[in-house]
Write a protein that binds this ligand. Sequence first.
Ligand SMILES: [Zn+2]
Length: 340
Amino acid sequence: MTTFLDKAHSLAASGQVSQDEAKSIRAVFKALHSLDPVFAKASIDSRNVEALFSAVSMGTLLERFGSASPAEISTLEADLNTLVAATVEASMPMRRHQADEPWLHVGYVELWRWATSLRTESGPKPTFITFNYDVALDQALVGASSCLDTAWSPNNLNLLKLHGSLAWRSCGECGLTFDTFEPQGDQPLQSNRRNTSYRSAQVECPHCKDRAELCKKPVIVPPTWNKLAHHAQLANVWRAASDALRAAQQIIVSGYSLPPSDEFFTYLYALGVEGDARLTRFTVYDPDTEGVANRFRELLGEAVRDRFDAHGSQFHKAMERERQHWRSRKVLDDGPAPIY
Ligand SMILES: [Zn+2]
């Protein structure tokens, strides 16, 4: 994750982000350097952005963060939010592979093809669950409902973003969290929205209209112990994910390695599936097959272990395989399949 912070640093230095964003990024690095004396006595992995989120959450709570002033500490969480949003969006370039395809992040073409065919089918559809903030998955999953949508129903093609989204905003007036994502057709996402990118777009609350101040910051939930601070905003999303896991007959995981520090997923899964009777398949795709497979095996109960399989495929290969499964009705016959 060191490269993530390196990328943030070079974005600010090269003027590829707005002046306000560059100011926030510089504030995070200044606070980080102010921790230097702390490193002499304690071990904090400040190059790891998740560890940094934890340190900043704790620092905000204690009103103490190295030699940073109280005023600097008070804006540190917001500055880190800006750093992450700007870096994530700049790290997700979109490409168009063929004239009749929309602009997509490389690696999502197979998924887009699958989602396009799903749109025309009746019957149950898979639920996609992600921890990513970026909108690459939203763009590939044409026609998917966000669970923030009033039209959300378990039978739709759904996208549940458990850590929030660059396109989500929360209204300071009424507390409503809403999704501002709009699929991009002919124009690439970044250049089309260079001045009003998802991360910095100021939008109006659909409920309060012009009564509320414009909502400015993306709703992104750092992967740290302090996640429950965002509980009220995201409870519905997590509940929907838990319901989808409970209803699932097949669970397919790709691009998520179940890091030992992420106890949140462990409990979401454990409390979500309860009885494992309905689950007929639990498939994990990850290039590090053995290490990741072993962690998932530990997580799964005895009843599911014989239905577990792991493959060393990258995300696009995994999606191609699942699309073929679905087309041959091997998956459809068995009902909804949440995917991470
Ligand atoms: Zn509102």
